[in-house]
Design a protein around this ligand. Structure first.
Ligand code: G3H
Ligand code: ZN
Length: 286
């Protein structure tokens, strides 16, 4: 069933585990992610970036896709439909459409404006029982046009933003969207511990693709309650599809039928998501 994010992530913070938030792009992605969560018996967040929602045909369609897929697959674990890195307009639209959770990403605004707009979104969302994620500091790299310099979250700003009543907080701690460069120096766990010491709000780790398992697990123990993964699903889907085609399977029988052609990639997403559920310790939610 679809639920809001607050109680899911409060429980994760209290229980020292994290819930995975996986970006979807279409029916195959959605089914692949949901199958993994159901198999493991754990909660999950499915999120759409603004770009993915545009690609799919709008927020309403995305919400219906997830709702109807949950129903048709007989999914019984809690599922949150979340807007990833929304601007002000997108967050408002997803609140109107009825997403369960929205991220208002105001990291590129002057802090006072980020704070003001976050408060407005919180008021609109909470009036409808919808959860809110805000961002302070920035996630390095680029995702679907959202670019960040990778500045560390300022502890005072993070405290102020958390006090607006948001339900979870994305903080820059050296994490980067997309693939990590060879010279990446790792997560700044010292900054994470400073943030977690003064903020009870569940914290969100963006750029979850490519961070070594031990660093993710340390971050989760320290207060990260939601880990976002996008690029890795794209990489495993592409690799599995490429292998299928290179082996000539699209030429055999009816292997070119999209129902067959997309099956290996969908399975690869399920396997990756199951693996990350283990990394994040989400089974503690049971
Ligand atoms: O907002 C989505 C995530 O932060 C995804 O980052 O593509 O590096 O996994 P990633
Ligand atoms: Zn992100």
């Amino acid at each position: 069933s679809l639920v809001n994010g607050k109680s899911m992530l409060d429980a994760a913070r209290a229980g020292n585990y994290a819930v995975g938030a996986f970006n979807t792009n279409n029916l195959e992605w959605t089914r692949g992610i949901l199958a993994a969560a159901q198999e493991k018996g754990v909660p999950v967040l499915i999120q759409t970036s603004m770009g993915a929602a545009k690609y799919m045909g709008g927020y309403e369609l995305c919400l219906h896709l997830v709702q109807d897929t949950v129903k048709s697959m007989g999914i019984t674990v809690p599922v949150v439909m979340h807007l990833d890195h929304g601007n002000y307009e997108a967050a408002k639209e997803c609140i109107e459409v009825g997403y369960n959770s929205v991220m208002f990403d105001g990291h590129d605004l002057p802090f006072a404006e980020n704070l003001e707009k976050t408060k407005e979104i919180v008021a609109l969302a909470h009036a409808k029982g919808i959860s809110v994620e805000a961002e302070v500091g920035s996630i390095g790299g680029e995702e679907d046009g959202i670019v960040g310099a990778g500045e560390l979250a300022d502890v005072e700003e993070a405290k102020t933003l958390a006090a607006t009543g948001i339900d979870y907080l994305a903080c820059g701690i050296g994490n980067i969207h997309g693939q990590y460069p060879a010279n990446w120096t790792g997560l700044n766990l010292d900054r994470l511990s400073e943030l977690a010491a003064v903020i009870e709000t569940p914290l969100v780790l963006h750029g979850g693709s490519g961070i070594p398992k031990d660093q993710i697990q340390k971050a989760v123990k320290m207060g990260i309650s939601k880990v976002n993964v996008n690029t890795e699903c794209q990489l495993v889907f592409a690799a599995a599809t490429r292998k299928y085609i290179e082996e000539g399977k699209d030429q055999e029988g009816k292997g070119f039928d999209p129902r067959k052609l997309f099956a290996p990639g969908t399975k690869a997403i399920t396997e990756l998501v199951e693996d990350r559920i283990e990394w994040f310790g989400t089974e503690a939610a049971k």
